[in-house]
Design a protein around this ligand. Structure first.
Ligand SMILES: Nc1ncnc2c1ncn2[C@@H]1O[C@H](COP(=O)(O)OP(=O)(O)OP(=O)(O)O)[C@@H](O)[C@H]1O
Ligand SMILES: O=P(O)(O)OC[C@H]1O[C@H](OP(=O)(O)OP(=O)(O)O)[C@H](O)[C@@H]1O
Length: 224
């Protein structure tokens, strides 16, 4: 049995169902609207596993699902050496979002990562602790800042409503995804001019642990 992991709710689930539907695999949720159960028509031996988008990278890495749809941001953040654990079958053309670093719009002297580095050192001298950046993307943010020479900061974990942490005074800056930019604007935040960490989109991945002619044939059948 080939197991395909798909986000269990919202726009990502609906668009993923549409995407597979256009390629001859009809996916549906079964049971009542709160039950996380699904079915696939149009191919034998394929089962649908509805999962949180954030858990799909781990399930792929463990080989508990053979194929999975989730954002490139989540795969790259949750899996160390992600290229060894999964391979990209196809970008799906939806779920676009940019992972960015944003700071208070009122910090008029801070526009770039170099400015942030200087502001972080000044912040530490003035406050006795490091400037806090709130995010759920720990690996991606750490790697990005290290590669740009920014070191005088600390990450604060934020699993949601991250843009609110600055107003709530639990962080001075944030790293989060944005698409329309409205949430950043509404929370009086601005993106650093060189603060784009990653452009993400929903992507179909194959688990490295899942090899074999059955999966090759299914991937070929959907056109890849
Ligand atoms: N506003 C948005 N516009 C476009 N894509 C988005 C947006 N918000 C989130 N995404 C993308 O959707 C994917 C899932 O995001 P997220 O983990 O926040 O989903 P969720 O529905 O909250 O999942 P969970 O079930 O884990 O709570 C990520 O890859 C992310 O980049
Ligand atoms: O640029 P925008 O179009 O305003 O979209 C960006 C927002 O969308 C996501 O939040 P989501 O609604 O998924 O909730 P979350 O805070 O739980 O992540 C993301 O975390 C931003 O907060």
């Amino acid at each position: 049995m080939i197991r395909i992991g798909v986000p269990s709710k919202g726009r990502l689930m609906e668009k993923t169902f549409d995407w597979f539907g256009q390629r001859g695999l009809k996916m549906t949720r079964t049971g009542n609207e709160r039950e996380y159960a699904g079915a696939v028509e149009g191919a034998d031996n394929v089962s649908l596993v509805l999962l949180s988008a954030g858990e799909i990278p781990r399930e792929l890495a463990a080989g508990r699902i053979d194929l999975g749809v989730t954002g490139t941001d989540l795969v790259r953040d949750k899996l160390a050496n992600w290229e060894t654990k999964v391979s990209e079958v196809a970008p799906l053309g939806f779920g676009h979002a940019d992972l960015v670093i944003a700071i208070p719009a009122c910090w008029i002297d801070v526009e770039t990562l170099d400015d942030l580095d200087a502001a972080a050192s000044a912040f530490r001298r003035a406050h006795g602790h490091r400037l806090r950046i709130a995010t759920k993307y720990h690996r991606l943010v750490r790697d990005f800042l290290a590669s740009h020479g920014v070191a005088d900061y600390q990450l604060t974990d934020s699993q949601g409503a991250t843009e609110g942490t600055v107003k709530n005074q639990t962080a001075e800056a944030i790293a989060d995804i944005t698409s329309s930019g409205e949430t950043l604007r509404a929370n009086h935040l601005k993106i650093l001019s060189d603060g784009l960490i990653l452009q993400s989109q929903a992507t179909l991945y194959r688990a490295t642990l899942s090899q074999g002619p059955e999966i090759d044939a299914l991937i070929k059948r959907i056109g890849f």
